[in-house]
Design a protein around this ligand. Structure first.
Ligand SMILES: CC(C)(COP(=O)(O)OP(=O)(O)OC[C@H]1O[C@@H](n2cnc3c(N)ncnc32)[C@H](O)[C@@H]1OP(=O)(O)O)[C@@H](O)C(=O)NCCC(=O)NCCS
Length: 164
């Protein structure tokens, strides 16, 4: 499977939006309730790029099948060397090693940007993603219990961390 990892272009916005909105509607991976509009998603992505954070795309046969990004973890100045990242794959393309390519690239970019640590915030029901991160050496450093409420149940946020 020949997958190309490249930087985001505006034309990728709809494909990213489709992946995100599917996740909002059908999973607890994202804690949103309401699907986003094209304009909302475009401005979220542009804001990251304007701040010099990467948004990367996995492309297979010319189709966007996944993406990854990171940006500030929290806004206070002392957090400047810490980022929070995310990786999302189109459901049909999960479990084929593409997430691994995206996360490896994000780690490489974060090191180049002289960042110090990456944080992932993962719903505790998303054991796949927790195990996926563990393969890269991420460690669970905290669980914020019952910090989310979706689909009529309380959700726990698992914080995983990699020191770069
Ligand atoms: C989590 C996600 C990004 C992983 O990407 P992926 O392309 O499906 O994962 P990969 O195929 O690259 O797998 C990479 C490694 O993680 C492991 N892994 C993936 N899914 C796993 C699972 N269910 N259980 C255990 N390990 C798993 C694989 O075994 C593989 O390790 P290996 O190469 O040693 O075999 C992807 O499944 C996804 O988009 N899920 C839905 C959205 C989401 O939850 N995003 C993360 C929010 S924090």
């Amino acid at each position: 499977m020949k997958v190309n990892i490249r930087s985001y272009k505006t034309e990728d916005t709809q494909a990213i939006l489709d992946i995100i909105n599917h996740s909002i509607l059908h999973s607890t991976a994202l804690y949103d309730y309401t699907v986003r509009s094209y304009e909302q998603q475009k401005s979220i992505l542009e804001e990251k790029i304007n701040k010099k954070f990467p948004v990367i795309i996995a492309e297979f046969k010319g189709e966007v099948v996944g993406f990854g990004m990171y940006s500030e973890f929290r806004f206070r100045e002392a957090y400047q060397f810490t980022v929070e990242h995310s990786v999302y794959l189109d459901e049909k393309f999960q479990g084929k090693g593409i997430g691994k390519l995206l996360l490896a690239r994000l780690i490489e970019l974060a090191k180049k940007q002289k960042l110090h640590t990456m944080i992932g915030v993962i719903d505790s029901e998303n054991q796949d993603s927790i195990e996926f991160h563990e393969k890269f050496g991420f460690k669970t450093v905290g669980i914020i219990k019952e910090s989310g409420y979706k689909f009529d149940r309380w959700l726990n946020s698992v914080f995983v961390q990699l020191i770069l």
